[in-house]
Design a protein around this ligand. Structure first.
Ligand code: FES
Length: 124
């Protein structure tokens, strides 16, 4: 493992576990995109904080050690996320630090693209 590499494991609701590497400064969304991870509908708004499809669930411990708390925009969007928990964050708003090496996140079963909900009042 190189100095600035950060390993992240994504646990999918269907039982798959996807391991990937990112760099310090990448967001979790960057990790998914750069590793071409097959996660349905993930990151639909490309990190512009308008969709909530990048919702991830962390352990309490990891949640507490994230360097930054959710900002207003992120919190508003999380309110619309499917299966919201107390340790939910948006993957596009989590920036990797060295300290997060070995991070494990869960991807909830459903995604709610807030852009679609807002436009058509439709949930999937
Ligand atoms: Fe859309 Fe994160 S990618 S809110």
């Amino acid at each position: 493992l190189q100095e600035d590499k950060v390993k992240v494991t994504f646990h999918l609701y269907d039982g798959r576990q996807l391991e990937a590497e990112g760099k310090v400064g990448d967001t979790l969304l960057d990790v998914v995109v750069n590793n071409d991870l097959d996660i349905d509908g993930y990151g639909a708004c490309e990190g512009t904080v308008t969709c909530s499809t990048c919702h991830v669930v962390l352990t309490q411990e990891d949640f507490d050690r994230l360097p930054e708390e959710a900002g207003d925009e992120e919190r508003d969007m999380l309110d619309l996320a499917y299966g919201l928990t107390d340790t939910s964050r948006l993957g596009c708003q989590i920036t990797l630090t060295k300290d997060l090496n070995g991070l494990v996140v869960k991807i909830p079963e459903g995604v709610n693209d807030a852009r679609i909900t807002h436009t058509y009042g439709f949930r999937y």
